[in-house]
Structure formats: C-alpha cells, structure tokens
Design a protein around this ligand. Sequence first.
Ligand code: ZN
Length: 328
Amino acid sequence: MEREESPILKPATLDERRKYYREEWDVKEIPEFIRESVLKREFGFDHMGRGPNDRYRVFRSADLLRKFLRYRAPFAAYSSVAFYDKPRRRDGWIKSELVFDVDAKDIPLRMCGCEGVCEICLNQAREIVCSLMDTLKGDLGLNDIHVVYSGRGYHIRVLDESVMKMDSDVRAQIVKYIIGAEVPHNEYAEEGVTYNLEHFSIPFGYPHVFTLRAKYSILHLSEAIQMEGVNQKLVKDAIKHQELIKNDEWGIFRNKIGPIRYQRLMNGIASLNMGLVDAKVSIDLKRILRLPSSLHSMVSMKSMEVKNIENFDPFEDAVPRFVYERKD
Ligand SMILES: [Zn+2]
C-alpha cells in the first residue's frame, strides 16, 4: 500500500493540467467510438474541481473538441453515453451505450482497506471487469465492448446495436444477470417430474454465472465482512472451507456448512454482489462518463481506453509524464 502515498495519487495543479493537454495529450487517444460520434454526444466539463457543472456542450468536430481541451485544460472532461439529434438540449434521444461502472473504491470484499484506491483494489476491480466481460461475450453474445480505465476503476462500454436502444428496465435486468444479484431457483420439470438442481451443478446460463460470482465472493471473504442475514460464525465457517470452493467442490462445502445455513450464505452473497457495479450508472440513459484520454486531476492519472485488460497496470500505463517530473 506504499503506492497510496506515491505522488501519482496527488491532485494535479493547473500548470500540470496545461502541460498535460498541450504537450502530452493527443486527440487520437480519444477512442474512435467517441471521435466518430462527437456530433451526437453531449460533453460536460469540470473547470474548478467542483463537479461537472459546465454541461450541454457540443462540438461540431473532433478538432474543435481538441482545441477546447488544449485551451481550457479542464479539471475533468466527460461525454454522454447517449446519442442525440440535438445534444445541446439533450433532445431527440437516439440510443445509449450500455455501461457497467466498476469503481475500485466501492467494490464489496476489498482486500486492502485503503481510504481511496490503491494497487490492490484496482487489481480486484480489473479481475471483476474480466469476468463480467466473459459473461457479456459468452452469455449475451455481445462483442462491441470497450473497457476504459477511469482513474479510480473501470467502465465497460457496450456499443452493440442490439442493446443501445434498450430502456432502463431491461438494462437493470442485464445488470442483475451479469453480477449474480439473485440466488437462482433451480427447479425444472421434465415429463411430469420436478427436479431440484443446485446452481453449481448447472454448467450454463444464469445458474453458472451465479456460481462464478459466488465463488469469487467466497474466495475473497474476510472475517470483518458484514453480510445481510449472515452472522460472523457463518462467515468464519465459509472462510474455513474456502479450499473446497477453490476446487469447485460445492456439494461438500454445502454439507460442511449445512443446507439451511448454505442458503442463508448464498442470499447474503447475492446481496453483496449488488455492489460489484454501480447499477445507477447502467440504467441512466443520459449519463455522462469521464472522457477517455482526459486527465483525472484528483489522482493525476489518465483515463484511457484499455486494449488488453488482462495485462493492464494503471500504475505503469496510466501515469502522465508530468508526474515523473515532479520535484517532491
Ligand atoms: Zn485499495
């Protein structure tokens, strides 16, 4: 956790912001999926570090956006997930990206206990993003997916046409599915006989997603965790038998814990999983998100599109040059 004290996470001064936008930043670092739709999006800026109150900005070209950023060197820059016919008035909504916001500061079961963000929780956020992406690709068949490092976590931005016109209710259902927010009911009937299957014995669909998320949660439990309807003795027992879950021996785990307590544990984990992403962001069709390539001035890191999430290390890849030139 030494890195927490590192100069990287210190706020950037106005001079540093100017230096960044004039000497280091390049308009080509704004991902193409945004550059090609500049005309349809609303932009927002925070000039003083008090929140994005300069909203409803529009640009007729990526070059005008480039000039604005160069000249103003804002504290923070944002663009809408929505495409509008009249972005200046947020009118004539056409469609919106489907977004999942994984903020390292807010994820459940943080292994670090730091105040803001650090290498440990950022890496946990990265792991969560990888497994959410697998579900989006594998289960939902989506493939126009972009990952953006926000400065404090990750945004998964989906631009498949099949999801961009969806309303908030459908988006809420998708969120619940991919994070494993409900314990699956696994009864199914065949030729008049009802079978009862545990979620972990079904290798596909939602029960499988839930099993993956529950596995992640159980392997990251700590004794300090507070879970709805789960007492500390049960948390302790779950930790004691983590090895079984690691080896996918769910049946034995369930027997060790006891079936009723197991059910209680799964309910607790399902509600814990609600914290994996910020659902408010996913259902908000008019949200603005930090502009990739812009500077997150609060922590002096670059928000950027991540091409290879498996190997991404923000402390290597998202540190602007001016940070290395600081005197203290
Ligand atoms: Zn941390």
